[in-house]
Design a protein around this ligand. Sequence first.
Ligand SMILES: Cc1cc2nc3c(=O)[nH]c(=O)nc-3n(C[C@H](O)[C@H](O)[C@H](O)COP(=O)(O)OP(=O)(O)OC[C@H]3O[C@@H](n4cnc5c(N)ncnc54)[C@H](O)[C@@H]3O)c2cc1C
Length: 387
Amino acid sequence: MDFQLTDEHELIRQTARRIAREVIAPRAAALDETGEYPEDIYQTFKEYGLLGLNFPEEYGGSGAGTLGLGLAVEEVAKVDNSCALMLLLTKLSTSAIMRGGTEEQKRKYGQGTALGEVRGAFGLTEPGAGSDSAQIRTKAVKDGDHYRLTGTKHWISGGTVADFYLVAAKTTPDAGSKGFTMFIVDRDTPGFRVGKTDRKMGVHGVPTCELIFDEAKVPAANIVGEVDKGFKLLMWNLNSVRPIVAARGLGTAEGAIQYAVDYAKTRETFGEPIIKHQAIQMMIADVAMRIEAARWLTYNACLTVDAGHADKEHAHILSIAKAFASETAVQAADTAVQILGGNGYMMDHPVERYYRDARQLTIVEGTSQVQRLIIARNVEEDVLNWR
Ligand SMILES: Cc1cc2nc3c(=O)[nH]c(=O)nc-3n(C[C@H](O)[C@H](O)[C@H](O)COP(=O)(O)OP(=O)(O)OC[C@H]3O[C@@H](n4cnc5c(N)ncnc54)[C@H](O)[C@@H]3O)c2cc1C
């Protein structure tokens, strides 16, 4: 496969890099400390067209695809993971809509997201159902030309600032994954409200919160795809976003280890910079190997989605990238803390923030264990075709 970036992709990378360095990096520590959602940075993304990277031109985007979005997310994650998540949410809240939605839904929520007119969040997880998403209990009952949604979602990224929510609910509760339907819920829907905001370890700039549905009255026109057939769309949504989680991991790893390398060039022990100590060099080399592998896995996963393959047969490609790159981020941030020694543990340096932020990545959108289940299933079914 040819990974040569097009001029357009290179331009996206350079633009995102400049915004990351000049606008986001100076704010990153404060965002972490205050937990304040950076509205001005969202507006900067809007101004430079970064919210529309993943959308076709006919829907207000730039047509740069998953790879274009991934490159931007990587650059932003090098300096701040919350702002990288803001970009990721443009895809997480709309992927199923762009795949299975009506023309009207694509215009209102897809194009609206691309142009920065509306922003969305994705609501799947519940207090009683995470990895085992077929166990969700939020139910949707038909009521004339509406559905009444009842249930609670929790830990929803960007939920506090969203205008709409892409929500999974059960229309046939006893049918397991066959009773799923995807809904778009507008924020001002009667019977819906945003619940408590969570206290969490990292990624403080994008709050997570509860979504509470109390017989929320959602028009049947807001169903994405077909009633009871939402599970496939849900999986498509998750699969197609995994390369972008991988891009967050890749950027986090690069940002953390680069900081540690710069530090190691100036910190001296036993008469020389610590970067001259072989033990430090081995740690850096171990991370470098993983970063370069993660880069190819991530870009390949992005291109796989851009080729229209976010289905079960290609799921291992996306899961491998997600698991490997997110675990690379954890390893790189951990190594960076170690290389900085005591300074790594102090809040005067950003590596402890990278460490806390990286920890999210092996959990969200399918834990590392769940990714391995997906990979192992496709291996077992001979999808990888090693014979
Ligand atoms: C900061 C943050 C932001 C999030 N944002 C969103 C969001 O925007 N929208 C949303 O819907 N959700 C969101 N989530 C939820 C996230 O997707 C879930 O946390 C994740 O899917 C795992 O579910 P769980 O936490 O309930 O873990 P559980 O499913 O309870 O799993 C617990 C442990 O058991 C392991 N495990 C589970 N099943 C198996 C198995 N079969 N084999 C081996 N091991 C297994 C898991 O890997 C994990 O280690 C967010 C979570 C966090 C922490």
